[in-house]
Design a protein around this ligand. Structure first.
Ligand code: 16G
Ligand code: ZN
Length: 532
């Protein structure tokens, strides 16, 4: 009762935007920052309940809107192992967020009963935010919800999203056999730097890497990380202005580069310079360069996946443990068909295709001993099963070469952020692999040739009628549309197209690829017209 009163009192300091219905989606809640107070308050309440339900394990709350414009913000929950909130709980978040403020304490009570939360359990929450101006107001609201419900909390101030995921996992594994690391920002840098040094043993990186930080939190954090790195990595940090709030994700960053298929206009890179872009909260990474003919060349998430899978596959073979590890790749429908072909025919690895969204890919990756998952947009990581960790750790090397490969694999399991895709960790992984292979981005690009593709955003009256199946590669509704798409794509050499309702915007996305640029564009236009 005391808690109920405290919740109501705290909640009534805020006001709910009229007529707005909130939904916890693929990336949590995300919208214009001035609409978020009551949503963040609701998330604070739920974070405490989630922690109590899980016997006082630490739960994370990240305040960020990733690659969205500066005036947006968002909030999402992180589960104990650093994973996305369990899907079952998304509806509870939605319910609390939509409760009228004078009834939110009642909804809270209903949930306690429904979820069967033992209220005498402790509750612990860690939170952090990206560099958006609205972030400080929103963590204030979060703090009010946690205080009202007597939850113990730690404010980690500014962090990248993956750093907070890391901290959550560390907190909950401390003192167990699965200890993941020191639950601090410094612990994060030390772990990355130490493992990077081990992976880099005996190899050297050619040239420098220019990193576009989207003018987000990744900028200062990359600079911090660099203080710990001493393995010959020459990084030039650009677009790291976190002082001017409007510059965030503006004409730069991974999303800009991927969707516009061009370098940020501010780029001073000359042909063959190795470049990378992070997004606003540093959980997405893409590489690119300009070739000798001044043509922009993108190395996206599909490329990172194929690079990582090929490297880890080689290491496993050289270490003599390939038979004991089931290595696989997880992609979505957006993966370029050429990358899928390459993985199947050249790398000879199994592939799982899942729905869009990190949680789906991550989940599927756990079905392999080594699960390499990346969305084409640059979200991704590599997961190692308990069996994989054991095999890598306990195999007796039969030669110096085997020993070297085993040590490298072992270090990779520390370098790669297992909790979630992490642009900084992924960047060190790519740099290390290129160094081992002695490749410039040009050789990396040369592994296979992407099919030309086109992505079109189609505004429709009601996107909820677009129901997909088969990992979003086909539509069951509206009736008849799938047949049209298939008949269209069959007219083009290597034609492949699909349409799906966006999970983050009020639109339908159409993807098309084909053997030539003009065919891909043509197919995309025709399918978009069929969708309209
Ligand atoms: C979210 C997802 C991202 C996905 C995107 C698709 C997470 C953390 N983020 O941003 O993985 O690619 O949605 O957006 O899961 P769409 O549904 O609008 O195409
Ligand atoms: Zn992001």
């Amino acid at each position: 009762p005391a808690v109920k009163k405290a919740i109501t009192e705290a909640a009534l300091q805020y006001s709910k935007p009229d007529g707005k219905v909130f939904q916890y989606g693929t990336a949590g809640f995300r919208m214009k920052a001035d609409l978020l107070n009551t949503v963040v308050f609701a998330v604070g309440l739920l974070a405490g309940l989630r922690s109590k339900k899980l016997s006082g394990q630490w739960i994370g709350v990240m305040v960020t809107a990733s690659h969205n414009p500066a005036e947006d913000n968002g909030v999402k929950l992180i589960d104990p192992m650093g994973e996305m909130l369990e899907a079952e709980w998304e509806q509870y978040a939605t319910r609390l967020a939509n409760a009228p403020l004078d009834q939110i304490a009642d909804v809270y009570d209903e949930l306690v009963k429904e979820i069967d939360v033992k209220m005498t359990n402790p509750a612990r929450v860690v939170f952090a935010r990206d560099t958006r101006a609205s972030g400080s107001r929103l963590v204030g609201v979060l703090g009010a919800a946690l205080t009202a419900t007597e939850v113990e909390f730690i404010d980690f101030k500014y962090m990248t999203t993956p750093q907070l995921h890391y901290v959550v996992r560390c907190k909950n594994t401390l003192g167990t056999q699965y200890e993941y690391g020191e639950p601090t920002e410094q612990g994060y840098y030390e772990k990355l730097a130490a493992s990077f040094k081990k992976v880099m043993k005996g190899v050297k990186i050619q040239g420098s890497l220019t990193v576009d930080c989207a003018n987000g939190v990744g900028g200062p954090k990359l600079r911090d990380l660099m203080k710990y790195l001493d393995s010959g990595l020459d990084i030039k940090v650009v677009n790291d202005d976190v002082i001017n709030p409007d510059s965030l994700n503006f004409d730069c960053g991974a999303d800009y580069v991927k969707t516009k298929q061009r370098a940020p206009p501010s780029s001073k890179a000359v042909p063959l310079d190795r470049c990378a872009s992070l997004d606003g909260d540093a959980d997405r990474l893409v590489y690119y360069f300009v070739d000798e003919s001044n043509v922009f060349r993108l190395l996206d998430g599909d490329r990172i996946a194929t690079l990582a899978a090929s490297f880890i596959g080689d290491l496993a073979r050289n270490a003599g443990i390939a038979q004991k590890l089931k290595i696989g790749v997880v992609q979505t429908a957006y993966a370029n068909g050429a990358s899928t072909d390459y993985i199947e025919k050249v790398l000879k690895l199994p592939i799982i295709c899942t729905n869009t969204g990190v949680k789906h890919l991550h989940h599927a990756a756990l079905r392999f001993d080594v699960g390499v998952y990346f969305e084409a947009n640059g979200h991704g990581t590599v997961t190692f099963s308990e069996n994989a960790l054991k095999v890598i750790k306990n195999t007796e090397p039969q030669s110096p070469a085997q020993q070297h490969s085993l040590e490298c694999l072992q270090a990779l399991t520390d370098l790669i952020n297992q909790a979630v895709g992490d642009a900084l960790s992924d960047m060190l992984l790519v740099e290390a692999i290129l160094a081992h292979k002695g490749w410039s981005p040009k050789e990396w690009l040369g592994t296979y040739t992407d099919l030309p593709s086109r992505l079109v955003r189609v505004e429709v009256h009601d996107r909820s009628i677009f129901k997909a199946y088969d990992a979003e590669r086909k539509l069951e509704s509206p009736v008849g549309l799938q047949g049209k798409i298939e008949s269209l794509q069959s007219r083009y050499n290597k034609g492949r197209s699909f349409a799906r309702a966006s999970g983050t915007e009020d639109a339908v996305r159409v993807y098309a690829e084909a053997a030539s640029r003009s065919e891909a564009d043509d197919l995309a236009t025709r399918v978009a017209n069929a969708v309209r």
